[in-house]
Design a protein around this ligand. Structure first.
Ligand SMILES: N[C@@H](CCC(=O)N[C@@H](CS)C(=O)NCC(=O)O)C(=O)O
Length: 211
């Protein structure tokens, strides 16, 4: 089997630690029992070499032997093709997993990231709050009815949706008990805890190397 490498930054400030999207790929590898290593590109100096792997100068990207793939969602789907633990092989289960994986990115994160950006940059009136609240309302209605998004069991769609919802600070939008319970349930998985702890340790080590 070819060598899987998750690429991330060599260092980031405190704020994004625990949220850098390499966590999604680490987490998926942990869930699937795929062995992987982590390598880095410089955070402060994003040169041509980095752009050759990730055209926006971002992380993560994934190497799988000769193959390279950027965009965390694409990386997750690549990993899901390697392991049934991440995506069922029957056509219905697979279609459900694909649709909810894309929904996490294109219906929730598409709104939550710009909303979050306005929050952290201190916009007086975050005019995206209503839009995000409405998307979260729909998610709450879905999650009231089911434990998992696809195929009646944990899939990569849950991994991604829970990670996206973590950033959306669901609680600040009022009572959404099903969504909160869902995020808690998914992020209580040992694989999430390991991926999170490993990312925190990675950046803590980076601090030591800098000092
Ligand atoms: N759509 C991309 C977003 C990647 C992204 O936003 N990465 C962040 C770290 S989590 C980053 O590299 N930020 C630095 C920047 O955008 O310059 C993906 O899902 O991979």
């Amino acid at each position: 089997m070819s060598e899987l490498i998750v690429w991330t930054y060599d260092w980031v400030p405190q704020g994004p630690r625990g949220f850098v999207r390499d966590l999604r790929l680490r987490w998926a590898c942990e869930e699937a029992g795929l062995s992987y290593s982590v390598r880095t590109v410089p955070f402060t100096d994003r040169g041509a070499d980095h752009l050759a792997h990730q055209p926006f100068g971002q992380v993560p990207f994934l190497s799988d032997g000769e193959l390279e793939i950027f965009e965390s969602g694409a990386g997750l789907l690549h990993l899901a093709r390697k392991s049934e633990k991440l995506m069922p092989r029957d056509p219905v289960g697979e279609a459900q997993t694909l649709q909810w994986t894309v929904a996490a990115l294109n219906s929730i994160e598409m709104v939550s990231v710009p909303w979050w950006f306005l929050e952290v940059t201190g916009a007086a009136d975050n005019h995206l709050s209503g839009w995000l609240a409405s998307r979260l309302d729909h998610m709450e209605n879905v999650l009231k009815e089911r434990e998992w998004l696809a195929a009646d069991r944990f899939t990569v769609a849950d991994l991604l949706m829970a990670d996206v919802l973590r950033v959306a600070r669901v609680r600040s939008f009022g009572d959404r008990t099903a969504t909160e319970a869902y995020v808690r349930r998914v992020t209580e998985r040992p694989s999430f805890k390991k991926a999170h702890a490993d990312q925190m340790a990675h950046f803590a080590t980076a601090d030591q190397l800098r000092s």
